[in-house]
Design a protein around this ligand. Structure first.
Ligand SMILES: Nc1ncnc2c1ncn2[C@@H]1O[C@H](COP(=O)(O)OP(=O)(O)OP(=O)(O)O)[C@@H](O)[C@H]1O
Length: 551
C-alpha cells in the first residue's frame, strides 16, 4: 500500500478535504499577512510620524483572531476526517481478515495479525492526525514566505531555495537508515505483541509444565530487541533535530546579517527588513520540523507496506459465485480428490467417495489419515489441487460460498466457544432462534441437564473459549449449536469424543431424531458412535482402504 492508495481511501471524504484545503489556504494567507503588517507597524513606529498605528494594530488583531478561528475549525474537521478514515481502515482490515482463506491465517500467527489491526493502525492514526494534518499548512506557508521574501529582496531570498535542497539531500541520506530502522522496530514491536498473545494462550500449559521462566526469558529477549531499536531510533532523531535546529538557526543569523547590511546600505527600508525577518521566522518552524516529519513518513511507509501486503491478499474464492442454493438435498461426492498442505506430503491422494442424501457415513482410520481435511474441502475452507467436490451434483466452485456453508452443520474436533452465555453460544448456530428452539437443540445434544446445574442456567457466562466448562460440556454446547442450525448436512468430527459413556449412549438414543432427514458424516473411532452409521469408510494415508455397510 502506498500513500496514493491511502489517499484513494479518503475519496468518500472529498468534501471535508476540500473544505480543509480552503481553510488551510486561508490560514496560510492570514499567517503570511502577519509579517507584512508587522513591517508596516515597524515602519510607522520607526518613522515616528506617517500613518497612525491604530489601523495597522486593528488589522493585526483581526488577522490573529481569524487565525485562531481558522485553526480551531481546521483542527476539528481534520480530526473528524482522519479519525473517520482510520475507523474505516480498521473495519476494512477486520473484514478483510475475516474474508481471507484459513490458509492465510495458518501462515501467520494470530499475534502478527493482531499487531497489524491494532498497533500498526494506531501508528497510522497518529501520523494522519498529527503530521499529515499539519503538513499542508506548513508547506504552503513556507512556500508563500519564500515568494514574499523574494518580492522584498530577490537576492536575499535566494539564500533559502539554495539551502533547502542541501537540507533535503542530508535528510535523504539519514532517512534511508531511519527507514530501515523504523521497519525493524515495527517488526520487533509486532513480535512482542505476538509473544504476549501466545504466552497468554499457552498459560495453562506453561503453568502445568512450569515453563514460566522460559516464557519470561523469551519475552524479555523480544522486549530488549524492541527497546534497543527504539533507543537507536530516538538517538538518531535526538541528534537530527538539534542539528536541523542549528542549521536553521545559522541560516537565520546569516539572513539577519545580510538584511542588516542591506538596511545599512539603503537597499532595504526598516519596514521591509522587519517583514523580511518575520517571514524568515515563519520559514524556520516547518523547516525545523522537517526531520521529525521525515522520520514519521518513513515509519508510516513501513506500516503502509505491511498493511498493503495483507490487503492485497485475495479473499476466499466463491464469495460472489453466481449459483445460489436454498436448501440442498444432501448428495455429496468427492471425485479423485487430491490435496496437499503447503510444503507437506499429500494429505489426500485421489480419493473418491459418494454419499447419498439422508445417508449416515462414518469416516474412520488412523490419526492424520485425512478425515478432517476431507471435511475442510467439503466446507470449501480450501480447494483440492485436483479432482472435484460436488454437492447435489454441483461443483462446489460454482456455488456461492455462503450458500454452501449454510447447508452444513459442523461440530469441529475442538469446539470454538466464545465469552458469552450458554444461550448465546448455542444461538450462534442460527440467527434469531427462540429460547425454545435453543433448549430443544440442547436436549438433543444431551446438554440441557448439565446446563440446568450451572449457576444461571442458560444465562451462565462460560468464559473465553468456554474455559468455565468441562471438555465434554463444551462439546455438547458445540453439538447443540450445530443441531440448532438445522442443516441438511451434519458433520460431526469427533464430536462426542469427550462425552461420558452415559452421555454418549443418551446421544446415540437421541440421534435418530437429530439425524432425521439429514446427510450425516461422522468422524469417529468410538464403537458406539460408529454404530449410528449406515456405512463405515476407512481412510489411511489419504486413501480409502475399506468400506462396509454397517450391520
Ligand atoms: N493446516 C495444516 N497444515 C499442514 N498440514 C496439515 C494441516 N492440517 C493437517 N495437516 C496434515 O494433514 C494430514 C491429514 O490431517 P487430518 O487432520 O485430515 O487427519 P485426520 O484423519 O483428521 O486425523 P485425526 O484422526 O488425528 O483427527 C496430517 O498428516 C496432518 O499433519
Amino acid at each position: 500500500m502506498t500513500f496514493l492508495r491511502l489517499l484513494a481511501l479518503a475519496r468518500p471524504h472529498r468534501r471535508a478535504l476540500l473544505l480543509l484545503a480552503a481553510l488551510t489556504l486561508a490560514e496560510s494567507v492570514a499567517l503570511l499577512a502577519v509579517p507584512a503588517l508587522g513591517g508596516r507597524m515597524a515602519a510607522s513606529v520607526l518613522a515616528l510620524a506617517g500613518p497612525s498605528l491604530g489601523p495597522v494594530l486593528g488589522l493585526l488583531v483581526l488577522v490573529l483572531v481569524a487565525l485562531a478561528v481558522l485553526r480551531a475549525a481546521q483542527g476539528v474537521i481534520s480530526a473528524r476526517t482522519s479519525l473517520g478514515l482510520l475507523a474505516e481502515l480498521r473495519m476494512r482490515v477486520h473484514d478483510h481478515l475475516q474474508a481471507l482463506p484459513l490458509s492465510v491465517h495458518q501462515a501467520h500467527t494470530q499475534g502478527d495479525l493482531l499487531a497489524l489491526s491494532t498497533l500498526e493502525i494506531d501508528r497510522l492514526g497518529s501520523f494522519l492526525t498529527t503530521t499529515l494534518a499539519m503538513l499542508p499548512a506548513q508547506l504552503l506557508t513556507a512556500a508563500g514566505a519564500v515568494v514574499l521574501m523574494a518580492r522584498i529582496d530577490p537576492a536575499l531570498a535566494l539564500v533559502v531555495p539554495v539551502l533547502v535542497p542541501a537540507f533535503f539531500l542530508g535528510l535523504k541520506v539519514i532517512g534511508r537508515r531511519l527507514r530501515a530502522l523504523a521497519i525493524a522496530l515495527q517488526e520487533a514491536e509486532a513480535a512482542l505483541v505476538a509473544a504476549a498473545a501466545e504466552d497468554l494462550a499457552m498459560l495453562p500449559a506453561t503453568k502445568a509444565f512450569t515453563r514460566e521462566e522460559e516464557a519470561a526469558r523469551r519475552f524479555a529477549g523480544r522486549a530488549a530487541r524492541a527497546r534497543d531499536l527504539a533507543i537507536r531510533d530516538y538517538a538518531i532523531q535526538a541528534v537530527l533535530q538539534p542539528a536541523v535546529g542549528l542549521v536553521t538557526g545559522l541560516g537565520a543569523v546569516a539572513l539577519l546579517a545580510l538584511a542588516g547590511k542591506g538596511l545599512r546600505e539603503g537597499a532595504l527600508t526598516p519596514g521591509e527588513m522587519v517583514s523580511f525577518l518575520l517571514y524568515a521566522a515563519l520559514l524556520t518552524q516547518p523547516v525545523a520540523r522537517l526531520a521529525q516529519v521525515y522520520g514519521a513518513v518513513q515509519s508510516t511507509r513501513g506500516t503502509l507496506a505491511r498493511l498493503g501486503r495483507i490487503l492485497d491478499l485475495a479473499p476466499e474464492p466463491g464469495r460472489d459465485a453466481p449459483r445460489r442454493l436454498s436448501r440442498a438435498q444432501g448428495a455429496i461426492a468427492f471425485e479423485e480428490v487430491r490435496f496437499a498442505y503447503p510444503g507437506r506430503d499429500s494429505a489426500l491422494r485421489g480419493l473418491s467417495l459418494a454419499i447419498r442424501p439422508g445417508e449416515a457415513v462414518a469416516l474412520t482410520g488412523p490419526n492424520g489419515a485425512g478425515k478432517s481435511t476431507l471435511m475442510a474441502l467439503l466446507l470449501r475452507l480450501m480447494d483440492p489441487q485436483a479432482g472435484i467436490v460436488r454437492l447435489d451434483g454441483l461443483d462446489l466452485r460454482e456455488l456461492r460460498l455462503a450458500d454452501l456453508r449454510r447447508q452444513i452443520g459442523l461440530v469441529p474436533q475442538r469446539p470454538l466457544l466464545f465469552d458469552g452465555t450458554v444461550r448465546d453460544n448455542i444461538g450462534f448456530g442460527r440467527e434469531g432462534a427462540t429460547d425454545a428452539e435453543i433448549e430443544a437443540a440442547a436436549r438433543l445434544a444431551q446438554a440441557h441437564d448439565f446446563i440446568g446445574t450451572l449457576p444461571e442456567g442458560y444465562a451462565t457466562l462460560i468464559g473465553e473459549h468456554g474455559v468455565r466448562l468441562s471438555g465434554g460440556q463444551g462439546q455438547r454446547i458445540a453439538l447443540a449449536r450445530a443441531l440448532l442450525k438445522d442443516p441438511p448436512i451434519l458433520v460431526l468430527d469427533e464430536a462426542t469424543s469427550m462425552f461420558d459413556l452415559d452421555g454418549e449412549s443418551a446421544f446415540v438414543a437421541a440421534a435418530a431424531t437429530a439425524f432425521r432427514g439429514r446427510t450425516v458424516i461422522l468422524i469417529t473411532h468410538r464403537p458406539a458412535t460408529l454404530a449410528l452409521a449406515d456405512r463405515i469408510v476407512t481412510l489411511e494415508a489419504g486413501r480409502i482402504v475399506a468400506q462396509r455397510d454397517a450391520a
